[in-house]
Design a protein around this ligand. Structure first.
Ligand code: GDD
Ligand code: MG
Length: 360
């Protein structure tokens, strides 16, 4: 046991469609994609458990059944997990309101289900308690805040505004996707309606003068919503740059499932992961790459900064950089693919037939 149990519920929002990660998310919801050998959500759940929180409610919608099939009642992780399904997606605020009847404590920590972080969850709760806040938001600074919720704060940490995805952000301080709520504030969100916590709930709470505070820190933080961030986050977990209780003592330059076959002379670099039953041929070089399960990569292929989905087949001498290869796709020998290409599941590219490289 890491810390004493807390009188706090955790809620994780996992109902999004993950469109920026297509085609990976055609069949698998974003939080269930394998990252460093586990579904992404397993890493978050293990951090929640390590913070002393035992009761977790998953707010699901898109492909809801996949979560319960994998995690069941949560007992294997030492957790008690409830599932609440939205028939049609209710948005982030509607999803939080929708789990209200399942809450058992007056303090509720809500997580976006696609954030890889190293923040001490207990510290965020402590900031909330110390300020007697209605809501406390975890905030981080990022180089480009435009893709996030921008959250300026006063010197005492009180939130001054919440500006979701604005082109002209007044600060580089953004919503990190983890909030502590007083339960009564959740009761005040309209029920059974589509509501955005970022665009509707937070601006309204600020207008009403509610006590909304920020908790800023410098811990590891990454939203896993884009292919580049997904690959980087996975590699950072493998290399121990991003922490996960599930990987304690197992971090290094690469992570290879024991059932995978990696031939001599293969270079696995930059936090590359090789999943169950995958076969990597002689002389391949894989850098900063996520290889899911049952993949075959023929000898001499060079793959970097890419995601290779279940059952894909990569031909000998192929070169793949910054791509997503969909489930069961076949990339012929000597094909060259790069710069954001996404090959859809089952697509078959003939040997030597595709060369999208801009190299000479
Ligand atoms: N249950 C449910 N229902 N969950 C949802 C819904 C819904 O209708 N819509 C989105 N979610 C979940 C997603 O599955 C994801 O885990 C989380 O809510 C956030 O959705 P994203 O689609 O990933 O949002 P974003 O990354 O563009 O922006 C959000 O996260 C940023 C930090 O990563 C916002 O909260 C930003 O303000 C924030 O900066
Ligand atoms: Mg996101």
């Amino acid at each position: 046991m890491d810390v004493p149990a807390r009188d706090v519920d955790a809620v994780i929002l996992v109902g999004g469609k993950g469109t920026r990660l297509r085609p990976l998310t055609v069949s698998t919801p974003k939080p269930m994609l394998a990252v460093a050998g586990f579904p992404f959500l397993a890493h978050l759940l293990s951090r929640i458990k390590a913070a002393g929180i035992n009761h977790v409610v998953l707010g699901t919608s898109f492909k809801a059944e996949v979560f319960e099939d994998y995690f069941g009642d949560g007992s294997e992780l030492g957790l008690d997990i409830d599932y609440v399904v939205e028939e049609t997606a209710l948005g982030t605020g509607g999803a939080i309101r929708n789990v209200y009847d399942h809450l058992t404590h007056d303090t509720v920590v809500v997580f976006n289900g696609d954030v890889l972080g190293g923040t001490d969850i207990g510290d965020v709760i402590e900031t909330h308690d110390n300020n007697d806040a209605d809501v406390t938001m975890h905030l981080v600074r990022v180089p480009d805040p435009r893709a996030f919720g921008c959250v300026p704060t006063a010197a005492d940490g009180r939130v001054q505004a919440f500006l979701e995805k604005t082109n002209d952000p007044p600060t580089d301080q953004i919503n990190a996707g983890c909030y502590v709520f007083k339960r009564e504030i959740i009761a005040g969100i309209p029920a059974g309606k589509v509501v955005s916590v970022e665009r509707d709930v937070f601006p309204r709470l600020l207008e009403e003068g509610k006590r909304v505070y920020g908790h800023v820190d410098q811990a590891y933080w990454r939203d896993m919503g884009t292919p580049d961030d997904f690959v980087r986050g996975s590699s950072d977990l493998v290399r121990g740059i991003a922490p996960s209780p599930l990987l304690k003592g197992r971090t290094g330059e690469s992570l290879v499932d024991p059932s995978a076959g990696v031939k001599d002379g293969v270079l696995l670099l930059g936090g590359t992961v090789v999943g169950r039953g995958s076969e990597i041929g002689a002389g391949c070089r894989l850098d900063d790459t996520v290889v899911f399960d049952g993949v075959t990569i023929e000898p001499g292929a060079i793959v970097s900064n890419s995601i290779i989905s279940d059952g894909a087949h990569i031909g000998a001498g192929a070169r793949i950089s910054h791509c997503i290869i969909g489930e069961g796709a076949v990339i012929g020998a000597r094909c060259e693919l790069q710069a954001g290409m996404r090959v859809w599941p089952g697509v078959n590219l003939p040997d030597g037939g595709v060369r999208f490289s801009t190299d000479a």
